[in-house]
Design a binder for this molecule. Structure first.
Ligand code: ARG
Length: 586
């Protein structure tokens, strides 16, 4: 037996043969195997109800005859006990021996990975995340895209997909006119060296301000932009320079967050690819002229029948929509993407719905395979007042400052908890705990809701937080550090079967690991994995406080050590998929 999914599949097939033995019409019966409410069992078969309804017979009768037939299947009755609940659900509770055998098979990282990697082995996914506009500092509004996007990449990879990380930076268009105007007149060279993004942002703001005060300046900004769009050599040289500085500045923060992109194919990359979009969308009859602009309507949709998707503005210029259409095509043709995922905040919901509808029709009508598409959107990070959080000066909090503050605060928290750590180690731990805590705070709430940012909460050692999980992992490491080498040697060969309630509950939780990965990926919601890890750590703590690990009896000690080992493994792998590295001690 493999992981949960193989178990479910196997039960599915056993149930089919039991159904036929029980005289049911097997063309109509579907077992519908699912995880059960743990109070009643581990797995349940729900298929008796819909079958009975269809046939107009008593569902409990059907369930009873199915159970009888299932009990005659040694493959199942050997590992589980069966019971009927409610109107006709069949509950299956595995025997403790089954869990022990399972944990013995899932003995290391490879075994977990081998099972998970079957889930998405057919997929080639381009994940578009991060994606800020350049020549600006990243602020707190940017963190969710980075952290959620990276977790999704890691999960997909672990589950077998081939992943391309693409940072679709906003590196073209109107802001450059104003930026260049100010750059040429007000550049502070030293500031640019010391803090490139800070200086570029200052210049852009200055250019905007000057242009808003004086029409002559506005005109000069426009001329700068026209030169850039005509790809004038001098303008292009300046653009390249600014862009390089920007990307280097962004990379400092990505490094700190443990994120490395394969590509930075930003908006500028697609500037020569927009004509094909106009031509094909016009030719396939999708786009039409409206008030001088080229637009796409979706008559079947209640809003987009009237709300146009503008793909060329009335002045003839391309826009965000055009670039994104060209991007979809490039990702299909160049990366052979079977799925495209774009991670942004929820204010872009309409844009991506229209983009998806338009792309589907475009690719269908031009005989292209259409990749699956997901807009992974997320809500705001707010203060207590429900408004987006701001720094004291009223500006958005810069990501750089947020990270620095997290590390500083983590230092204090860890020092208080463990005053004996030496300075070097303390600094390292604070770094990990601080960064992990802000990542986890971003990942653990359902991404589509806003969440209230609170330093106290995210750095707490209690609750669904990074410090709690890191601490749980470190505590297990310390059990192994203190272990007699004799005891550490191959506990699987000496383990006796689980007996206590807490042992079984923990074993069951560990076994749900791959299933948790699957639901997380199916919904593209990392909080599902966070919830799982939190429950796992909870089950461990329940076990550990009730069951002593280092006991006299060798079989008992060995089986408890297996539970410790596998819990640590699932925690380590799970956290690393969220972009969080575990600590030896803290
Ligand atoms: N640069 C955009 C922004 O800051 C996000 C880009 C997301 N990706 C895309 N292909 N549109 O809002």
């Amino acid at each position: 037996m493999q992981d949960w999914f193989d178990v479910a599949k196997k039960i599915e097939s056993i149930a089919a043969s039991a159904a036929s033995a029980a005289g049911l019409d097997t063309t109509l019966f579907k077992a519908d195997v699912r995880p059960a409410d743990p109070r009643f069992g581990d797995v349940q078969i729900n298929g008796a109800l819909p079958y009975a309804k269809r046939q107009g017979v008593n569902p409990r009768e059907i369930a009873r005859s199915l159970v009888k037939a299932l009990e005659a299947e040694p493959d199942l009755s050997g590992i589980a006990e069966l019971s009927i609940a409610g109107p006709g659900f069949i509950n299956i509770r595995f025997r403790p021996q089954f869990f022990l055998d399972w944990l013995k098979t899932f003995s290391d990282e490879q075994a977990f990975r081998a099972s998970a990697s079957l889930l998405y082995s057919q997929e080639r996914v381009v994940v578009d995340y991060g994606s800020p506009n350049t020549a600006k500092q990243m602020h707190v509004g940017h963190i969710r895209s980075i952290v959620i996007g990276e977790a999704i990449c890691r999960l997909l990879e672990y589950c077998g997909a081939q992943v391309t990380r693409d940072n679709h930076i906003g590196d073209w268009g109107t802001p450059y006119g104003k930026l260049f105007y100010a750059y040429k007149r007000h550049l502070d060279e030293d500031a640019l060296k010391a803090d490139p993004l800070g200086e570029l942002e200052r210049l852009y703001k200055l250019g905007s301000q000057l242009a808003s005060e004086d029409d002559a300046v506005l005109e000069e900004c426009r001329e700068e932009l026209v030169k850039l769009q005509a790809e004038d050599a001098e303008a292009m040289a300046l653009w390249k320079n600014v862009n390089e500085l920007s990307i280097n500045g962004l990379k400092e923060i990505y490094d700190q967050l443990g994120v490395t992109f394969d590509h930075y194919l930003g908006e500028s990359f697609y500037r020569d690819r927009v004509n094909q979009v106009y031509e094909e969308l016009a030719k396939t009859g999708l786009a039409e002229e409206s008030k001088g602009a080229l637009v796409v309507f979706h008559p079947e949709h209640k809003r987009y029948a009237k709300q146009p998707f503008i793909i060329r503005k009335s002045d003839g210029a391309s826009n965000y929509a055009t670039t994104d259409l060209a991007t979809m095509l490039y990702r299909l043709e160049h990366f052979k993407a079977t799925r495209i995922i774009i991670v942004t905040d929820d204010r872009q919901k309409d844009h991506f719905e229209q983009l998806d509808l338009t792309t589907q029709k475009w690719f269908d009508r031009s005989d292209r395979k259409r990749p699956a598409f997901n807009h992974v959107m997320f809500g705001k990070i707010t203060g207590d007042d429900g408004k987006p959080i701001k720094s004291r000066s009223g500006d958005p909090i810069r990501l750089k400052d947020l990270a620095a503050e997290a590390i500083e605060r983590a230092y204090a928290v860890v020092k208080e908890k463990n005053p004996d750590l030496d300075e070097d180690e303390l600094a390292k731990i604070a770094q990990t705990v601080g960064i992990s805590a802000i990542k986890y705070a971003d990942l653990s709430p359902n991404r589509t809701s806003d969440y209230v940012f609170s330093w106290e909460k995210l750095l707490s050692f209690e609750g669904n937080t990074a410090p709690y999980l890191l601490y749980a992992a470190a505590r297990i490491q310390s059990i192994f550090r203190k272990l007699d080498p004799e005891d550490a040697r191959n506990p699987a060969s000496r383990a006796s079967v689980f007996e206590t309630e807490e042992e079984v509950a923990l074993a069951r939780k560990i076994m749900e690991f791959v299933g948790a990965l699957q639901t997380t990926i199916e919904t593209l919601r990392p909080h599902m994995l966070c919830n799982y890890l939190h429950e796992l750590a909870g089950a461990f703590s329940g076990f550990y406080s009730a069951n002593k690990v280092i006991v006299e009896d060798d079989g008992e000690k060995a089986r408890r050590l297996i539970l410790c080992e596998r819990t640590l493994l699932a925690l380590k792998v799970g956290l690393s998929l969220l972009g969080i590295e575990t600590l030896e001690r803290m």
